[in-house]
Design a binder for this molecule. Structure first.
Ligand code: SF4
Length: 372
């Protein structure tokens, strides 16, 4: 076991946890084999002993006390991460905590309970504690252990469903089946925890788009998660998404993506989930509402995109990817459209080449490490 090296945080958290304190219980991903995910590829998984995690919590508690007492920021000396972490959490109200990294449910439940209890003792005002977990880990954990975690203060689990299609789950090496995803989701809800399920638009490329949408809607309908969150596939050209398949992966152009999202939304039924499109890469960020009442209003978004004249559709595709447009409604705003038209003219973007050009743009951003 290596010696305590000080407070540490991992690389990511869901956008909905932007204001949360990040507490790292394990490093990287215990699975690390999903073909679409390169986040932890060169990093080794390890579990941090609960004593280390508790020291991290105490360290944040120490700095929060000093910040609350009015000490100037310059006088607070810590390692690179702990003072900014304490300061930004204090400024955002100290209401939520996110346990990192990829799969907190690989942590021994009794150790996680220790961490949760300590967090609650140190920060009784915290209202929400959440983490990522793999469906495979959730499917294995006993119901009683999950209930104990809920009783100790864990409120919500974020699960990367990605797809409900068994064929795709296997192709992208997600390490879980459709049925296991359903068992895991129902288990989380049965333990009284909130559940966020992520749908990864574009994962099936052109070939499996329809199956991806239909099977994913079926999984969601059987679970009825509290949240359905949209993500969009972004991988670098050359990344082998289907290594066990002879067929090359073909990126879904926006028309295919819009049809896929429409099929997914039309397939949802009999559920009360809140839908959130909370990532800048998503083509449609206006998909935010609570089911069942809003399904038609949401489906109208991709439907409208599909019915646009080619030039208008191109303006939206370019405007969305360049930050000039956030919603389809903004196609009416002449100032914004003038700026987008100018970009198209200067760069030779036409309705015929817009998908290829947007693909190039997104690839360039990924190479530069610009996400969102
Ligand atoms: S389980 Fe999550 S973090 Fe791990 S490789 Fe798959 S997508 Fe990436």
């Amino acid at each position: 076991m290596r010696a305590y090296a000080g407070f540490e945080q991992g690389p990511i958290r869901p956008p909905s946890e932007a204001e949360s304190l990040l507490i790292r219980v394990n490093r990287n991903c215990p699975w690390n084999r999903c073909t679409f995910c390169s986040l932890y590829k060169k990093r080794k998984f390890s579990i941090r002993p609960p004593e280390e995690v508790i020291r991290d919590i105490d360290c944040i508690h120490h700095f929060i006390k000093r910040i609350a007492a009015g000490e100037p920021l310059q006088s607070l000396v810590g390692n690179r991460q702990e003072v900014p972490a304490a300061w930004s959490w204090y400024c955002s109200g100290m209401e939520s905590v996110f346990l990192q990294d990829a799969d907190a449910l690989t942590y021994r439940p009794e150790h996680l309970v220790r961490v949760l209890v300590h967090l609650k003792e140190r920060f009784p005002e915290v209202k929400r504690i959440t983490c990522y977990a793999r469906s495979a880990s959730l499917a294995r954990i006993p119901d009683a252990a999950l209930k104990e975690l809920a009783a100790a203060g864990l409120n919500r689990i974020h699960v990367g469903m990605e797809t409900g299609s068994d064929k795709l789950l296997k192709l992208v090496r997600k390490g879980v089946t459709k049925e296991e995803q359903i068992v895991a989701g129902l288990k989380v809800k049965g333990a009284g925890l909130e559940l966020s399920e992520y749908f990864l638009a574009g994962l099936g490329g052109t070939e499996f788009s329809r199956e991806h949408a239909e099977e994913s809607a079926e999984v969601i309908n059987r679970i009825n998660p509290d949240f359905i969150r949209f993500r969009t596939l972004h991988i670098l050209e050359g990344q082998d998404l289907f290594p066990s398949n002879d067929m090359d992966f073909r990126f879904a152009p926006d028309l295919v993506l819009a049809r896929e999202i429409l099929t997914f939304l039309e397939g949802l039924g009999g559920i009360t989930s809140s839908v959130r499109s909370d990532h800048g890469y998503n083509l449609f960020q206006e998909l935010n509402c609570d089911l069942p009442g809003c399904r038609e209003r949401m489906a109208a978004v991709p439907r409208r995109f599909l019915e646009l004249e080619p030039e208008q559709r191109m303006y939206f595709q370019v405007g969305k990817r360049t930050g000039h447009l956030l919603r389809l409604d903004q196609l009416k705003e002449t100032g914004r459209i003038a700026a987008v038209r100018d970009i198209c003219l200067r760069n030779g973007v036409t309705p015929e080449n817009v998908d290829a050009r947007m693909h190039e743009l997104m690839q360039e951003r990924m190479r530069r490490g610009i996400y969102g």
